[in-house]
Design a binder for this molecule. Structure first.
Ligand SMILES: C[S@@+](CC[C@H](N)C(=O)[O-])C[C@H]1O[C@@H](n2cnc3c(N)ncnc32)[C@H](O)[C@@H]1O
Length: 199
């Protein structure tokens, strides 16, 4: 336990907030995805995918030869992802129903695990980090987008924010090191971790 209060999981009713038009300006999701330097053919896990907003953006970047696993623990969110796949014909996106301690991903297959606005909701963060680590390729990246706790002006509840210090303290002991920190988004840190050789 980290001593941090874990946020409650956003219900399916919150999906409208994820799809709000202002998100483009408030969070700059397209810029965020650009900064990840995804390449065609990559395999990405969008863990805590919600309605699949980021899965769609990533799907277009990794292309027909790539793959996106859109993982969520709520059946209602998986349904929204399935609808999105059908509506937009996103052939490279596979929905995955995970559980609170396991994203149910195949081992050593993932180039990048993307966690947008979700790490602070994990009820079992250490177990999730271990399972994600096992799913990452040796050179794979774990990327968190989290609202900056350091900035009280960001209009998000405190338990839904994370500081760089908190992220490092919780994530590095699970076999990762912070490789880079990108501060190019209006509200969120982009934290990029790499796997260390041993957990
Ligand atoms: C605030 S939403 C963010 C959704 C999406 N990443 C986005 O930014 O549009 C967080 C999502 O994470 C999911 N979630 C929470 N804990 C999870 C876990 N352990 N594994 C997978 N998904 C989880 C919730 O069900 C919810 O859909």
């Amino acid at each position: 336990m980290s001593g941090r209060t874990y946020a409650t999981v956003m219900g399916v009713g919150g999906a409208q907030w994820l799809e709000r038009a202002e998100r483009e300006n408030e969070e700059r999701p397209r810029l965020a995805v650009d900064l990840l330097r995804l390449k065609p053919g990559m395999t990405v896990a969008d863990v805590g995918a919600g309605s699949g907003y980021y899965s769609e953006l990533v799907s277009r970047r990794v292309g027909a030869t790539g793959k996106v696993y859109a993982v969520d623990i709520q059946v209602g969110m998986i349904r929204l992802i399935q609808e999105r796949i059908r509506r937009l014909n996103l052939r490279n996106v596979t929905p995955v129903l995970g559980d609170a301690a396991n994203p149910k991903l195949p081992s050593e297959t993932i180039d990048l695990a993307l966690l947008v606005d979700v790490y602070h909701e994990f009820a079992e963060p250490q177990e999730m980090l271990r399972k994600i680590r096992a799913a990452l390729r040796p050179d794979g990246r774990l990327v968190l987008l989290e609202f900056r706790k350091e900035d009280p002006a960001i209009p998000i509840r405190p338990e839904h924010k994370l500081s760089v210090e908190q992220a490092k303290a919780e994530i590095e002991p699970e076999g990762y090191r912070l490789d880079s920190l990108i501060e190019a988004l209006p509200w969120q840190h982009i934290l990029i971790f790499r796997k260390t050789a041993t957990p």
